[in-house]
Design a protein around this ligand. Structure first.
Ligand SMILES: [Zn+2]
Length: 219
């Protein structure tokens, strides 16, 4: 794993320094919800396998936060909200390209709950996204049009976080967009490959290349 250490030079007069300091780092756990697991409304293949991995790594971080997809019924990202739309086809929503998803993570339903097997003892805050029916939100930081922030960036900055490691579901959508936004916002960012699974393996390969080219790490 990468810890993004920063070097503090040795002061020969005082004898202080001369060591690596670890930057404050946070783990962002994206959308570990029943609807994204096998058997759910929008299942990610082998998505359940990431949970024990995420549970194992949480205590390596100074701070752990999570995101939760949290849609009102008839959300604009649902195929069911568009006349004649086919599942997974691309249409537009509010002028932005929009995949027509099956209904998923509807507020107050079991499918929207964070999975009970996810250890939440170290999760300090859960940031919800996707409440506005007129726009989708893949990233944990903003909606897809960047009209509204969730507050996650300010929260992390207020805690002095410099580096974020992103895991969860799905690798090629919400994990990828969260990690890309983290870079844009000035955080060092990595995607933890063992703790994420994609909807499309080829989609994730392309996403990884974009993320690496932008200065991210995949570990
Ligand atoms: Zn959603």
């Amino acid at each position: 794993m990468l810890w993004f250490p920063s070097f503090e030079p040795l002061n020969e007069q005082t004898g202080k320094g001369g060591r690596y300091n670890q930057a404050m780092k946070a783990l962002i756990i994206v959308d570990i919800q029943y609807d994204f697991l096998p058997g759910g409304a929008l299942p990610v293949e082998r998505g359940d396998e990431v949970i024990p991995v995420i549970n194992r790594i949480q205590d390596k971080y100074d701070l752990v936060v999570a995101t939760q997809d949290w849609h009102p019924a008839k959300h604009g990202s649902f195929a069911s909200a568009h006349k004649g739309a086919q599942l997974f086809e691309e249409r537009t929503l509010g002028g932005l390209p929009q995949v027509m998803w099956p209904d998923h993570c509807v507020q107050m339903t079991h499918g929207a709950e964070l999975v009970a097997d996810l250890d939440q003892r170290l999760v300090e805050v859960v940031f919800r996204k996707g409440m506005d029916p007129k726009i989708d939100s893949y990233s944990g930081f903003f909606d897809n049009g960047r009209k509204k922030a969730t507050g996650l960036a300010d929260y992390l900055k207020g805690k002095g976080v410099e580096a974020v490691h992103v895991c969860g579901l799905a690798a090629d959508y919400c994990v990828y967009y969260t990690a890309m936004d983290a870079l844009d916002l000035g955080f060092k960012a990595s995607i933890i490959e063992a703790a994420t699974r994609p909807i499309s393996a080829t989609g994730f390969e392309a996403a990884k290349q974009e993320f690496l080219a932008r200065g991210g790490w995949v570990e």
